[in-house]
Design a protein. Structure first.
Length: 125
């Protein structure tokens, strides 16, 4: 019985070794291209940041310093009381991905801003 357990354990270890999953890792020397767009203007409602599925390794949101109210940024459920709050002049940076296979889809971000307030969005890919 003991020999059978040892044999089974060895088979399991060998099987795990043969089917190793390589963890994602940083990739060297792949530059990030910065893409800016025109400022987005609030309409007192939730708006999509971009209709295109542009992929980004990081996204930076900056509320212009001339804004009159807090802007909220986040997913499609963003509202005047939900999302990352950005006071006038404030910014939010998503964590940068060092692996080109892990990216943010720009069309998955939304913002809520008072009419006339502006949001600057920069994408790094």
């Amino acid at each position: 019985m003991r020999l059978r357990n040892v044999t089974l354990s060895c088979l399991i270890v060998i099987s795990l070794w043969l089917n190793q999953i390589t963890p994602a890792s940083a990739q060297a020397n792949i530059p990030i291209t910065i893409t800016t767009s025109a400022d987005l203007t609030g309409n007192a409602g939730t708006q999509q940041v971009s209709a295109s599925a542009t992929t980004c390794r990081f996204v930076q949101f900056v509320a212009l310093s001339t804004n009159t109210a807090v802007i909220r940024a986040g997913d499609s459920n963003v509202s005047s009381t939900r999302g990352v709050p950005l006071a006038a002049g404030g910014a939010w940076n998503t964590p940068a991905s060092s692996n080109v296979n892990f990216v943010y889809a720009l069309n998955s971000f939304y913002f809520y801003a008072a009419s006339g307030d502006k949001l600057s969005v920069t994408c790094g890919n």
